[in-house]
Design a binder for this molecule. Sequence first.
Ligand SMILES: [Zn+2]
Ligand SMILES: [Zn+2]
Length: 344
Amino acid sequence: MQALVKTQKGIGYLELQEKPEPKPGVGEVLIEVKACGICGTDVHVKHDQFPYWPPVILGHEFAGEVVELGPEAEGIEVGARVVGEPHTQHCGHCYLCRTGNVQICAMKRSPGWGIDGAFAKYLVMPTKLLHRMPNGMSFDEAAVVEPTANCVTDIVERARLQAGDFVVVLGPGPIGLLSALTAKAAGARHVAIVGTPADEAVRLSKARELGLDTVLNLAETDPVEAVMDLTNGLGADMVIECSGAPPAIASTVKYVRKLGKICAIGLTGGTAVQFPWDDAMKKVCELIFNLSTQYTSWDRTIALIASGQLPAGEVISHREPLANWEKVFEDVEELRALKALLIP
Ligand SMILES: [Zn+2]
Ligand SMILES: [Zn+2]
């Protein structure tokens, strides 16, 4: 089968290769991949900015159909339409696993960087990490479940957004837009999203098209002033930082109200951040760090998407055959794409 492989350590070294079809082991199934989204992680692996174990097939935001059961694979049948939590190889024994937090187990090796992933016709997954897609959900929509489950984990479950909250989202990339939609679905009264001139053409115009309450280009409007005007000088109940840009991270403290929350989602790629510690202290705000998805967020996310309450499929901008990967990665990196799907 054709697969998009990171062949060795270093910048680049991404190529389409012919690989043998995998075989499902004990408790695993073989899944025919119907769609797989390009994640920031895939781009980071391309540029050698995220841990990975080459040679490895990239891609973890997949949806597909079960086509073969391995020995002792239970609770699922051939023909089932599924998505999967990328928490493969968690140990099951450590403190984190035993407390239900397999997503941050030190032994975890996700498909797409730790083990072979879903930019290929087939991948294998343990049955215990699968979730069924409801009837009526398309494979394209299902491929956006994983990134959306990140937003639901971070914003709803960990930062506990409340109905009526005023929310600011910094960074209008796919995760920023999904965060804004998640905040809306969770009952935010007003969502303001902030971007730079580079975001104007694709990302901010999408934010407007999605009907977000206030869309701010920081080169044209002082976004902190705008948020203060909209909140009678109080500030935002929650600031969701999705850009990973150090100046934006520092600015979260300016937007947030006293006793408000900062929900951190974007990674900097390793840059140290100057943070106004004392200002945050004076605001008595909470800063919530996040990584990966909790089990509980998956079914919640699937239900929110299936009901139409969280129209995550709206952020899909590209749907291309796997063979066109190079051009699509370029569009993602040049900010010409939102969520891009590759179809093996
Ligand atoms: Zn992802
Ligand atoms: Zn563990």
